[in-house]
Design a protein around this ligand. Sequence first.
Ligand SMILES: *Cc1c(COP(=O)(O)O)cnc(C)c1O
Length: 378
Amino acid sequence: MKKKTQLIHGGIFGDEVTGAVSVPIYQVSTYKQDGPGNHRGYEYSRTGNPTRHALEELISDLEEGKRGFAFGSGMAAMTAVMMLFKQGDHVLITDDVYGGSYRVITKVLNRFGLEATFINTSDLQSIEKNIKENTKALFLETPTNPTLKITDIEGAANIAKKHGLLTIVDNTFSTPYWQNPITLGADIVLHSATKYIGGHSDVVAGLAVVNDEKLGDELHFVQNSTGGVLGPQDSWLLIRGIKTLGLRMEETEKNTKQIVNFLLEHEMVSKVYYPGIESHPNHEIAKKQARGFGGMVSFDVGSAEKAADVLSKVKYFTLAESLGAVESLISIPALMTHASIPADRRAELKITDGLIRISVGIEDAEDLIDDLKQALQN
Ligand SMILES: *Cc1c(COP(=O)(O)O)cnc(C)c1O
């Protein structure tokens, strides 16, 4: 099945009993048992809920995995995955991971004795060099935010396998429509479904997919034990969002390419970060491992003042955190998503005060370019 068909027909299609073509919202917490302990597959909705289950089957199919899991947010999904490990275990993590991922590792999970080292995973040698006796996993985010760095998933997963580590990939920016880490050797894929998968800025949710049944049992045990599950209404909204994921990603990318070309030509813009352009240092790997380059672009306008000026002038780019929705969003990472990162560390990661990040929506490209044009004018 091709991806666009899978978005509609993957997982569980509609409702067997009534013929409804949309999965019903099972707004329920508990289920009648035919005798004590004798239930029909569902006993309590933390453990399992039919609407959530339909979503979990769907994301598992889309990521070419074995089992899927839905959580109340991307961070809840990540936290549950990290709870597969124990005190004294060590994980290697991409150095410019999402700020919330950095925070949960360094400020919450560290309290329970989980050790972590943040490294440049775009450099495969750096992975090999930093593996320790107690290293249990390699956590990759690719592409990263906001400079869109790429890690060679297959290369990294091969190193991880050689050393008996699990490879975990945060696939939020690419979505299963463009990139499937499991087919490249990853063991676990994570999503903030709040972004492209939901796609309409109306749900906070997280998804995880594992590539084997045993890992699936372990993660279900954690999901059920810690309880950060996604509710049936939000599960349904994600199933609905996923139906148009392909259309949205294609349209976003078409718009993005035009915007990137415009930015590359603009005299106010000193640097454009987008994996789809040949000058991007990881362009070849991006092209090899993903079917598209996505809709996230960052560009440098030179100063905090200029960036603030642009943000004050745009009409169609909404000033907001988050990304991946039908409406275009704009932000200044140094002041918003990455404000909690110390200034010297931000400088290392090239997150300058003049760096603007946009998440390109599916509005008309001409309108979006005209908007940026007038906003960039002095
Ligand atoms: C937003 C985001 C997260 C966290 O997801 P939430 O749904 O906000 O909890 C994790 N990783 C990436 C790459 C993100 O963009």
